[in-house]
Write a protein that binds this ligand. Sequence first.
Ligand code: A3P
Length: 311
Amino acid sequence: MASFKEIISTLPRRKGWTDYDIFLYQGFWCDTFFIEGVMRAQQSFRSQPSDIVICSAPKTGPTWLKSLTFAIVTRSTFDDSTNPLLSNLSHDCVPFSEVDLAQSSSNRDPNNPLLATHVPYSSLPRSIIDSSCKIVYICRDPKDSFVSNYLFFVRILASKDMKPLALEEAFELYCQGVSSYGPYWDHVLGFWKASLDRPDKILFLKYEEMMEDTAVYVKKLADFIGYPFSFEEIEKGSVEKIVNMCSFENLSKLEVNKSGKHREGTPVVIENKIYFRKGKVGDWENYLTPKMAARLDSITLQKLNGSGLTL
Ligand code: A3P
């Protein structure tokens, strides 16, 4: 059987938003640092029925969704003053399939049912689709997601003294579908359609709706993943405590998220603070021209046409 490296060497590749190549694998663009992990996870990851898989394209809100889900699941073990989220970045509380679980599922903490991935629905490890585990997906307006993505790269590259692409160049690539785990619209549609076919398995969330009334979505999320709030918990404000603990304002001020580092000592090390930029809906207006926004909106309309989904 061909090795992963041999398979990767046959894939179409091109320069992405950084100096590193990205690879077209199973119809999506995958970064140099993650491609082998994606393949390994597909081959070896074995999902448990109790798993809760947090899925997203990059820069749509998984940092927040992981915090909320982790806080819901661990609320009987910790409270809002002892939760590990107060001393760890949420990405360090939830293993990432293409890095942490790519070698072996046994790397997992048996008490933590959460895992995360950016892989599109059709490329998820087979056992995630086949098992009775739950999937929670978050998406976001592509205009905000693009801007968030671009500024994320700018900040990562600045920390490594590397020069980023111009915003216009990255925008052109994004519109053509060339972005990490993109095309973005295919990613969203894959999970959207699957959520319509299997509503008991996949909860489809939008960043903007969650920002509007987070408490409603925290309750919905808790019900869906099988950790519903009791009447007593609701009465004593447990939902609001989780909403507040996981808010952008609270998490971004924590020492660990101001000065800590994620994956220190690896080629993909990132300063935690880079995960917390503004956390606002509609910030694209400060970066995209009306013409750029209209172009993205028109691509979105065209791609989502007939799906019943709006972004
Ligand atoms: P902005 O770049 O628009 O500020 P990610 O996909 O890495 O989770 O990031 C997506 C967006 O979520 C980023 O948006 C980030 O600032 C924002 N974010 C991070 N933590 C958040 C939180 N607790 N609540 C709301 N948004 C958050």
